[in-house]
Design a protein around this ligand. Sequence first.
Ligand code: PAP
Length: 320
Amino acid sequence: MESHLEKQNRDVLQKSFEEMISTLPKENCWGFSEDQYQYQGFWFTPRFLQGALSAQQQFQAQPTDIILCSSPRTGTAWLKSLTFATITRTSYNDSTTPLLSKMPHDVVPFMEFDHAQFSTNRHLGIPLLATHLPYSFLPRSIIDSGCKLIYICRDPKDTFVSLYHFIAGHCKSQNTQPIQLDEAFELFYEGVSMFGPYWDHVLGYWKASLERPDKLMFLKYEDLVEDTVLYLKKTAEFMGYPFSSEEQQQGVPENIVKMCSFDNLSGLEVIKTGRHRETENNIFFRKGKVGDWKNYLTTEMAQRLDQRTLQKLSGSGLSL
Ligand code: PAP
């Protein structure tokens, strides 16, 4: 139970946060109930920014932590389920894993959303945690502790289309009106998207992965789709939980891939009918395909976004 003094302190902090964000550049968040604000180069809704700032102040990483990092809609839930299933493969079997009864976001918490209740929210003995924060926003202790990070990114065209549908679905459940897809496209193009500019988010982690490849693994959604077993094995190795040759002979990696597949997870009762905070779980699972942008973007839009990506990533050695 919160004491009177604690409540007073919280109210003061809340007021100073509100004063601070009122000075920041502000944009509509594609029809979302909250606006988004630009802080140190990136766009956040107030809740996420407040979570980011608290995490920076409070989060204490352990050297054994493995932090799953991503921009929204690039494969976070999939990466969470694959890594969780890998790390817990000797504790649970195919019928007892929490992945069958919980949304991946409820199995691996987000640092910036769930940090306040860490002691109860963090699975003891399970080192996984996730974040949508840009690399430059990570709490100092993550870098200093030497813990491992895995970043997943995705073709900006599919990321945009997935994000647009996610926000539109969210608006529908909140009875608000999403903006039109072409309006959202212009905002995304200009970098005005949750945790965006998207390319800057990707580049922050890409550069860090070049500097510290032993600590930061960089994955692409498209590679994971193309050869999930191969990338799962690489990820397991990176995390320090490699599959033994006996496990490989028994087909353990293949079983994990099957269990975490889009078709399997999206068909679960918890995904079809459950909720994660105020969002229906099924909104998180849409199509899980590469190239769905073709169904939503004109050739001209796709070319413009590709051009933007080339220009933004130019000289980095990365292509998307
Ligand atoms: P979040 O930021 O809202 O958590 P995130 O999990 O990063 O989203 O990405 C969601 C995308 O991953 C969705 O893509 P789509 O809109 O193009 O369909 C979602 O369908 C896809 N996805 C979720 N689970 C899986 C999975 N098991 N395999 C492949 N793709 C998946």
